[in-house]
Design a protein around this ligand. Structure first.
Ligand code: ACO
Ligand code: ZN
Length: 477
């Protein structure tokens, strides 16, 4: 709706003569703004910090009132900070144009002193040389609108409907053992956050990234998600109606762990397909670098919940391939933003390694890791390795027996050898000494150990895990 509205209103506002009263300066500004398109660079002001940053323009929108909005990506910043900014929050004097054929290259924009001069230098087709600046502007806005319309339609193909037939991508044999495809889409559409807000149980959460929810939902100010089955609905009324029919009070699947109010449920992506697909859609809102596969069959999902008298509320989850050629023990991992930075991510990671211990294997998370994923894994690996070294030091205060190898550390923790080594290096405990690598246990390690113990308030208690690994190679996935 907004599209139709904006194109008519904006052309009216520039063709009804009102703009003739515009000061030349304003016209220049409007003209400069009109030059901004996707691929340009410009200084933009971040809404949260009010700081100016260099940014790339991803998309331009003309609002119903005829004003512009720009979807910008702040360079060197994570894409969850990408946002729509207004004309007040861009500095047109810093506008730089992309260079055709040279990815990432830009040249300063020529911002004209006089609007008329600029128009005449920019005219390419003889038909438009007679066009007034106003008509020119309205025409350009029309072009922006047409462009938007054309790019919006492909989203129809991305919609995640339970009845949706598999896309070519999902029906083709998987080439990697991953639920997720690596690499950024160049498509501007999937680079723009499309859901304004979600309501999930007691929480209202602002999404970080694009997720292929049905297009009609992307126009709503809020989408409502059943916190137990994760079905998405378009209004509170629909949700209410759904809640009278949905009798789930916990995720589907088996509760394989319970300690105090924390539980883990194991969900088979083949047996609970619609739950698994809804979970992936929800997760995509907070995961970049990942493209959704609709084929959830090859995955297990481990959902962590917090229990109260109303039920088991989802806090986060990780997915895991039933069989991984690369020995990944986690495909995607997420803690919902309302629960982040409270140690739950660590708990999920610890749980994933407990499963690997039960399997008698070492494992590693699927690459690439996100910025927050890397921070969380590094912190977990460091704490776990320090803990092992401290236990070892206490058991063998001195002497020959004191030797502990990288392989042993890996066996004890199920952390893959490469990750053990990179962690030791990071901690500066891995040194080349007399022709070989040795672990040097320093004096400040106790301090590091105590610090990390303090942070780990909640731990996974392996005795509470009721789970035996299945041999998926002998089953139908
Ligand atoms: N800024 C700085 N440090 C952070 C932040 C942050 N925003 N978030 C977590 N950390 C650090 C913590 O300081 C902590 O380290 P410390 O104990 O040494 O201080 C460590 O990371 C873990 O903290 P938790 O509170 O346990 O982590 P959280 O519950 O926030 O979950 C997670 C971490 C799962 C990565 C979460 O941020 C998330 O879901 N992010 C969005 C999705 C994502 O990026 N997932 C990982 C993708 S990679 C993959 O899927 C394999
Ligand atoms: Zn439900």
């Amino acid at each position: 709706q907004m599209d139709e509205g904006s194109s008519t209103v904006s052309s009216n506002s520039y063709s009804n003569g009102a703009s003739e009263k515009m000061e030349t300066d304003d016209k220049d500004k409007v003209f400069a703004l009109d030059q901004i398109h996707d691929g340009c660079r410009i200084m933009a002001r971040m809404t949260t910090t009010r700081q100016w940053h260099d940014a790339e323009v991803i998309s331009v929108r003309v609002n119903p009132e005829g004003t512009y909005a720009f979807y910008v990506h702040y360079l060197e910043c994570n894409r969850r900070l990408d946002e729509w900014v207004t004309t007040d929050d861009v500095n047109v004097e810093t506008l730089r144009m992309p260079v055709k054929g040279q990815k990432g290259a830009v040249v300063p924009a020529r911002i004209p002193q006089k609007c008329e001069d600029a128009i005449s230098t920019r005219e390419e087709s003889p038909a438009s040389t007679t066009g007034s600046p106003d008509r020119e502007l309205s025409k350009k806005m029309g072009a922006v609108q047409r462009k938007r319309k054309a790019t919006i339609d492909p989203m129809e193909n991305l919609k995640a409907d339970e009845s949706m037939p598999p896309t070519a991508e999902t029906s083709a044999p998987r080439t990697s053992g991953s639920m997720c495809k690596v690499g950024h889409s160049e498509d501007a559409l999937t680079r723009i956050r499309n859901i304004e807000l979600i309501e999930l149980g007691r929480h209202r959460i602002q999404p970080w990234y694009f997720s292929p929810y049905p297009q009609q939902l992307t126009k709503l100010p809020v989408i409502y998600i059943c916190e137990f089955c994760l079905k998405y609905l378009k209004s509170p009324t629909c949700l209410k109606r759904h809640m009278t029919k949905c009798h789930l009070k916990h995720p589907p699947g088996n509760e394989i762990y319970r300690n105090d109010n924390i539980s883990f449920f194991e969900i088979d992506g083949r047996k609970n397909k619609s739950y698994a697909q809804n979970l992936c859609l929800l997760a995509k809102l907070f995961l970049d670098h990942k493209t959704l596969y609709y084929d959830t069959d090859p995955f297990l999902f481990y959902v962590m919940t917090e229990r109260d008298d109303r039920g088991f509320h989802i806090v986060g989850f990780f997915s895991k391939e039933k069989e991984s050629a690369e020995e990944y023990n986690v495909a995607c991992i997420l803690v919902l933003p309302s629960y982040q930075k409270r140690g739950y991510g660590r708990l999920l990671i610890e749980f994933s390694y407990e499963l690997s211990k039960c399997e008698g294997k070492s494992g590693s998370p699927e690459k690439p890791l996100s910025d927050l994923g890397l921070l969380s894994y590094r912190s977990f690996w460091a704490a776990t390795i320090i803990e092992q070294l401290m236990h070892h030091k206490e058991s063998f205060p001195s002497g020959e027996e004191n030797a502990l190898s990288v392989s042993q550390l890996s066996q004890l923790t199920s952390i893959r050898k490469e990750d053990v080594i990179s962690t030791l290096q990071q901690l500066n405990l891995y040194k080349y000494y007399k022709g070989q690598y040795v672990m040097v246990i320093s004096d400040d390690m106790r301090e590091m150990y105590e610090k990390s113990c303090k942070k780990m308030r909640v731990r996974i208690d392996p005795s509470m895990l009721k789970w035996t690994p299945k041999d998926w190679s002998r089953r139908k996935i």
